[in-house]
Ligand binder design. Structure first.
Ligand code: SF4
Ligand code: SF4
Length: 183
């Protein structure tokens, strides 16, 4: 397919308007914005809504269909399903019971295909938990079972840039750098 390049006008060529627009942003950030220091780990900025971090799993919602395991391109979700006989409305019925749901998180590439393919609403497995602190001194700790995936501690306290700025004595929010994030 042939794509025509946009025609440049004489003002583009001579006055380099784009360059000056860019420089205006640079100078504004350099001289007119207040500087806020985010001192990690005392301060943590929240992640974007779509950020993929640590998994969370819900045993209650899961229907043991194994679709997430089939969708995982590197086969790191291990599911075992058993059967139980239960009485439903006076009749004995065989129902599926989830016996094992493990994820080898250390090998995960956070593609999100498991979450995307999960048919339950809301999802039974999801990565948008907003935590980026997944480090460990022992690789084996990153192999997580069903209980760990369901009951891990959750994300630590986050503060917005506005809150950190206020702590540092900057009250004029208009002068804060762009992209501070929201909680
Ligand atoms: S996010 Fe991890 S576990 Fe889920 S499909 Fe991708 S590689 Fe597999
Ligand atoms: S987490 Fe979702 S896709 Fe995976 S087995 Fe449970 S219901 Fe099925």
């Amino acid at each position: 397919m042939l794509v025509e390049a946009p025609k440049t006008t004489w003002t583009d060529r001579i006055l380099l308007i784009d360059l000056f627009v860019g420089l205006r942003t640079t100078f504004r950030e350099l001289f007119f914005r207040k500087k806020v220091t985010v001192e990690y780990p005392e301060h943590r900025l929240p992640t974007a809504d779509k950020f993929r971090g640590m998994f969370r799993f819900s045993y209650e919602r899961c229907i043991a269909c194994k679709i997430c395991a089939m969708s995982c391109p590197i086969d790191i979700i291990y599911i075992d399903v058993g059967e139980e006989t239960k009485e439903v409305d006076g009749k004995k019925k065989k129902i599926k019971v989830l016996e094992r749901y493990d994820i080898d998180v250390k090998r995960c590439m956070f593609c999100g295909l498991c979450e995307e393919s999960c048919p339950t609403k809301p999802k039974s497995i999801w990565l948008t938990t907003g935590t980026y602190e997944l480090t460990s001194y022992d690789r084996n700790e990153l192999y997580m079972n069903m209980q760990q995936l369901e009951y891990w501690e959750g994300r630590p306290e986050y503060a917005t840039l506005e809150e950190i700025a206020e702590e540092q004595g900057i009250s004029d929010k208009k002068k804060l750098p762009a992209g501070g994030g929201t909680k």
